[in-house]
Every structure is written in C-alpha cells, then in structure tokens.
Design a protein around this ligand. Sequence first.
Ligand code: COA
Ligand code: AMP
Length: 632
Amino acid sequence: MELPLSQLPASEQAMWRDAAADVHWYQPPSQLLDDSQPPFYRWFPDGTTNACYNAVDLQVEQGRGDQAAIIYDSPVTASQRTISYNQLLEQVSRFAGLLRQQGVEQGDRVLLYMPMIPEAAVAMLGCARIGAVHSVVFGGFASNELAVRIDDATPKVVVTATCGIEPNRVVEYQPLLNQAIELASHQPAASIVLERPECPAQLGPRDIDWQSGVAAAPSVDCLPLAANHPLYILYTSGTTGQPKGVVRDTGGSIVALKWSMANIYNVKPGDVYWAASDVGWVVGHSYIVYGPLFNGNTTVIYEGKPVGTPDAGAFWRVIEQHKVKVLFTAPTAFRAIRKEDPNAELMHRYDLSSLQALFLAGERCDPDTLNWALEKLQRPVIDHWWQTETGWSICANCLGREQLPIVAGSPARPVPGYNVAVLDEQGEPVAAGTIGALVVKNPLPPGTFTTLWNAPQRYQSAYFEKFPGYYETGDAGYIDDNGYVFVMARTDDVINVAGHRLSTGAIEEVLAGHPAVAECAVIGIACPMKGQLPMGLLVLNAGVSQSEDEIVAEAIAKVRADIGPVAAFKLCAVVNRLPKTRSGKILRATMRSIADGAPWKMPATIDDPVILDEITAALATLGYPAELPAAG
Ligand code: COA
Ligand code: AMP
C-alpha cells in the first residue's frame, strides 16, 4: 500500500496498514488515506469490501459456522435464543433478499425502529449486505422524532417489530411508526413488520409480514462496495432540534472496529462479548453488532434493564450463564445496581470467573462509581471516552496492548490514531491541568464519521471551523502531567441523561409550542442516578387563565409525546423571567444571574428527596430561592 501525502506519523500509517490487512477486501486498497479535501478525509479510498461479508460470511468460511454469533437473553419476555454464524448467514441472506424484492438497491436508505431482539441485527446486516444504508432509531423516541428522521433519511423501506418491552409496559411500535409516516412528508414504499408474541400485528396496505416475507425471499450474496460507501446514518442530538445524521463509512468501520476488539477490549475470536446498551445508540452499532461479529466473537443481545428484571443481580446472572469475558455498559447502569445492592451481595452469588474486564462509557464516570465497581469486581474497570461521531474510543486504557494504571475520573490516554489536545477560546494550547476545549488533530482515524447526512456544510461548521486543523469534540476537559485526559462537561447545549445524549434545544422547541409559554429554557441539572436530568423553566404569557400546575403537567406530557419517554423530562417550573444578554439571547450557561427570587413551584411529581436536594442546590446557584415547597 502506498503511503499517503498526509502528515500522518509513520507509526500510525504502519498501524492502519496492518489493521487493514487483517480484514477482507474484494479489492485491497492501494492508498491509505485521501486527504485532498479536508475535513472530508477518505480512508482506504480505492478498496472494495462489505461489512456483512466481514461480519458473517467470512466467519463461516473461517470455520465458525457452528459457533454462537448471537445470544439473545430477554428477561422481560422470559426467553433466550442462540443463533449460530451459519444460522445468521441464512437469516441475513434472506432478509437481504426480501429488501431486494421491495426494490431496495445499493445506496437506498432503510430506517429501522426495532427493540433489542436479534432481528434488529439481522436487518442491519441485511442492509449492509446489499449496500443499503441503514438508519436505526432508538425505540424510546416518539413519532415526531421518527418523522424528522424519515424526512431527512428518506428511506425506501422501514423495518419494525410490533412492540418493544419496557419492564412496566408493552410499547406498541406500529401505531408510533404509522403516526410518524403520517407526519412525514416523505412516504416509504413499504414497512416490514416483525410480529412479536406480546403484540399482534395490524398489517395495512404498505405492511409486509417479516416471517412470511423472509420465508419466500431468495438468499442474496454480498455486494462489493467502495470502502467509502456509507454503512449507516445514525442521528444524534446537536444544539438545535434538527438532529445530526452521522454518516459512517464501510471500510474504515470494518478496520477500526476489528482493531479495537483486539487492542482495546482484548478479546479473541470465540470470546463472549456483551455491550449492555441498545442497537439504537452508537454503542449498539459498534459493539453489539459490528465490532464483535467482525472479530468472530459471540455477542449478547440483552433485552432488559440492569435492575428490576428481576433484580440487581441480572447482569451477574448473564455473565455467569453465558461466560461473558467483557461487559461494556454506561456508569448509570452501575449506579442503578449499586443503589439496589450496595454491598454487592447479589453480585457475589454468581460465578463471575469468566469476566476479564468491565468497560464504561456514554457519560462521565464519577470516581465514586468507578471505585465501587473496582472494589466489588476486583478486576479492571475501564472508563473510555467516545461519541457517536467517532464510533469508537478516543481515549481508553487499551487492555490488548498494555494496561495503564487506572485513574478514577479519567478515561486514560488517547488511543493510537487520535491526537488529542486542549485549546483555549483563541485556539491556543493550554498548560497541563488547565481546562479547555477537547479537540483531536485532523485527520480523525478510520471508522469515524465522514460527513453529516444531507448536511456537509454543517459537518464543517459544527466540528471543524472553530479550531482550524482540529475536530472539535464538544467536550471540555484537561490533560494532566501524565498525559491522562479528564473529560468534564459539554461545551454546548447537549446534556447526558442515563447515558443518553439529549438536546436541550429540542426540548425547548417542544415547550415553546405550548400556547401558554412565552419563552423557556431547558438546563441539565445533576442527578445522582442518571448523571443529569433536563429541567424546564417556563415564562408564561401575560393573562393566561390556566393554572401553573396544569401548564406544567401539559408541558411534561407534551415532551413525552413529541420527543419520547427517553427525554426523561419530569422537572419543570414556572419562573418570572429568564436571564438574557442585551441582544435577547437567553443565558443558559449563566443562569446564575437570575436574582429576583421569582416565585416558582415544583410539580408534585418530584418526590425523591435526593433529587429535591440536587435541584435545591442547582437552583440556588442559579439565583433561585434555596427553599423548595414540600413534595407531593
Ligand atoms: N422504548 C420505549 N421506551 C423506552 C425505551 C425504549 N427502548 N428505553 C427507555 N424507555 C423509557 C423508559 O421506560 C422510561 O420510561 P418511564 O418514564 O415511563 O419510566 C424512560 O424511557 C426513561 O428511560 P431511562 O432514562 O433509560 O430510565 P429507566 O428508569 O428506564 O432506566 C437505567 C434507567 C439506568 C436502568 C437505564 O437507562 C440503563 O440501563 N442505562 C444504561 C445503559 C444504556 O442504555 N446506555 C446508553 C448508551 S451506552
Ligand atoms: P454519544 O454520542 O451519545 O455517545 O455521547 C457522547 C458524549 O457522551 C460525549 O461527547 C461526552 O460528553 C459523553 N461521554 C461519553 N463517554 C464519556 C466518558 N467516558 N467520560 C466523559 N464523558 C463521556
């Protein structure tokens, strides 16, 4: 492979050359990186490959046909299923055939609205097989959010199941999806619907039954695709209500994710790997579906929660039963487990000898939670930092290379391929230990996003303009004298709720739509369990006759209906005014200037004393009176 003209250090060139040699190409790339149009970098530009082939067909060819590819473990439906690589190949080939029968061709988009069942992975791989670009939407989003994504991705086909299952309810997907299609301007030609036993299908004129459709479909082969062909679009929250469609390419993803399985997570083909997340998030794309399968692992698809299904020992039961070697989840899951089982009595009932390490990401890991997990598990607990945009770790303790000392509060050092720096507002590097904007020097490594769907201009302006030559992560933090990176907060209006990334701007747009609301602001306040919770502050129109309590209740219901339960929006208060700049811009980040002691009320839904204390403290710093009315 010829060397690129870029500034890439020779060691990195060698590393990616070796990593690329470790995956299947129909046409191996002769060039490592096309850096002729920064920041639109193209890795392995003239290679051709296929993600489904690398994930499934290749594993079968290499002798793993009878090995479990997927273990589906669903405490919420009291069921389990194992799917071998041979069976996965059969299912994926036929699903791809069904897509083809619906007219789906290379480059067409397919939107997936699926719960945590193996068919979600089958549908993703089926798309990749024929070069269709999938876009998975998390099941906790409601119709409006779905409609926005349908209009942006303009899918030819949508794929869904009749329901998802939350511990307290069955979430019927079909009505949500149908309403979304009604709201959207773009109309998909067909919906493929998987009927689950918990909820019968209601098939309309555009709906196709998954089971009978797949049974009648031909098996189709993988299509060789250009390395830079989009593998998927994954929408994530930005500053405004319009989500960003992160585009990931095919070749870079295969190379980087396979490399990460060995070098970061230290797992070998045949090992059982479990990312307890959801296919609707980037963790699910990279580490429930693609990464483990590229590496010949067995991946666990877990449909349930860390607590309450049936108890806080659920994760330990799965680890013992399936001999999980690496568990990856969000710190919030551990905070939930710790709350229920502070002395780890449930944990110690299970044989966890298979577990080599726990990896945490998705939000800042507070040192208290990390230390608890370390003490109770007595094995490496690795905090690692990454984002939907990067698709895999920016900073981590790379267990497959060399284990560094674990420092609570830090996801360790930059992973090879990422050149991380901290800059001040003027774009100048700051001294060690000083907080600033966390940035990564261009080019980003393979497997990171290549553009934003339909928005290349936004890709440039949102990420590459403020600090020329760097990718702006949107996170603030510092690097200490040992080169350890500390990620402290977002620099934008994005908040992180239970490991889920949310846009305060999107919630504000919904609140502003309430007829009684003159203006509003949403801020993230500290929550001991979920990390942050969104809180809405509403200024009402003069002369509104409705009671404040009624308006607050309607506002909360509206966010749930428009964005979805995932917004976890339950805190809302009426205030007299919001702090603004002279030009009228609301100062969300500096709300402490509210000093007028505005009369306000907490809704009766807040009954957790810890949250009440947090809110009291948060609001006190905002200049609100520190006294809260009694809950209830
Ligand atoms: N479909 C429909 N609704 C969903 C959903 C889905 N796929 N996922 C979550 N929801 C709902 C929940 O039922 C809840 O509804 P409620 O207000 O009626 O209770 C709401 O969305 C908020 O969900 P969440 O914030 O996840 O809270 P929770 O109490 O259900 O669970 C945790 C809390 C900590 C147990 C859970 O968030 C968790 O396990 N998180 C860690 C793992 C993870 O997914 N990380 C993401 C990236 S790594
Ligand atoms: P998402 O794109 O949903 O994966 O969210 C990415 C954001 O989550 C990052 O920009 C950070 O703000 C936060 N995040 C993820 N992992 C970590 C971590 N290990 N430490 C601190 N923040 C994290």
